[in-house]
Write a protein of this length. Sequence first.
Length: 84
Amino acid sequence: MRDSVTVTDKRIVALNVQGMTGKKKDYTSLPYGKIETFSVETAGTFDLDAELELWFSGLGKVKLEFKSDVDIRWIGHLVGSKVL
């Protein structure tokens, strides 16, 4: 629950907080220009998490999970407008 994703006009920045104290943090910058393809999965009745899967050249697949209250369709539209 301490992890976060920030969506900007140039890239997606994923923050992964590690350890019990949360002092160690991993920031990953994911530029739109390196995305080859992507997939959006909305939250359902039993599966309450929405998912964004991104495939990057030279990196592979990155899977980001969001709470159901996040507008994943808007994020998918933004990624699509930057990639296509």
